[in-house]
Design a protein around this ligand. Structure first.
Ligand code: AMP
Length: 194
């Protein structure tokens, strides 16, 4: 297996780079944000519980998030590996993920941080706004998600850094060049397996 985490603020280009990584390594993409959005759209019990939290751009509790993630991982026992996107966002989630991977006789092989400054993210979003004409409440939500990332989510990075599992890639520049840099890093994860 090859299990990777991709990390970065909203607007960093995680979606585009994730698609390429999944294709290259034939990974199962697990995005907790997409899973939560699916639940809220389909008005499931879980969706109803998390809707307001998500609308406020806040984090869903660790208990709920970890249980949902675990269920999704366990639904896919035969995969080549996982690409985790939007998870973990807290140290408790990172520890739970390690425990889960260990229970599958595997591990998280590495974490890729797509580095884009808060200033750059805000400028990209302002450009997008002028093209897409987003509603103000969408804008508000996005601003809160960006703040959430830079104020809280980044605190999970030292957990991986201390264990030598964190690799930072510059997220500014042409998409192809960023992908090349990511592959250089993931090749290292492959060599260092298990
Ligand atoms: P994302 O698309 O990854 O930015 O996620 C959208 C929203 O889903 C976030 O703003 C949170 O409300 C919720 N969410 C997604 N992943 C997590 C997570 N790992 N922990 C807590 N909340 C999450």
């Amino acid at each position: 297996m090859l299990n990777i985490i991709i990390f970065g603020p909203p607007g960093a280009g995680k979606g585009t780079q994730s698609e390429r990584l999944i294709e290259k390594y034939n990974l199962k993409h697990i995005s907790t944000g997409d899973l939560f959005r699916w639940h809220t759209k389909n008005d499931t019990e879980l969706g109803i519980r998390v809707k307001e939290i998500m609308n406020n751009g806040e984090l869903v509790s660790d208990d709920i998030t970890i249980a949902m993630l675990k269920e999704e991982v366990e639904k896919n026992p035969e995969v080549n590996g996982f690409l985790f996107d939007g998870f973990p966002r807290t140290v408790a989630q990172a520890q739970a993920l390690d425990t889960l991977m260990t229970s599958m006789n595997s591990s998280i092989h590495g974490v890729i941080e797509l580095k884009v400054s808060e200033e750059e993210v805000r400028s990209r979003i302002a450009k997008r706004k002028s093209i897409q004409n987003r509603a103000d409440d969408e804008e508000d939500k996005l601003n809160r998600r960006i703040a959430e990332y830079f104020n809280k989510t980044v605190h999970v990075l030292p957990y991986y850094h201390e264990q030598g599992r964190l690799q930072t890639v510059n997220g500014i520049g042409p998409i192809d060049k960023i992908f090349e840099d990511i592959i250089a890093v993931t090749n290292g994860f492959e060599v260092a397996k298990p």
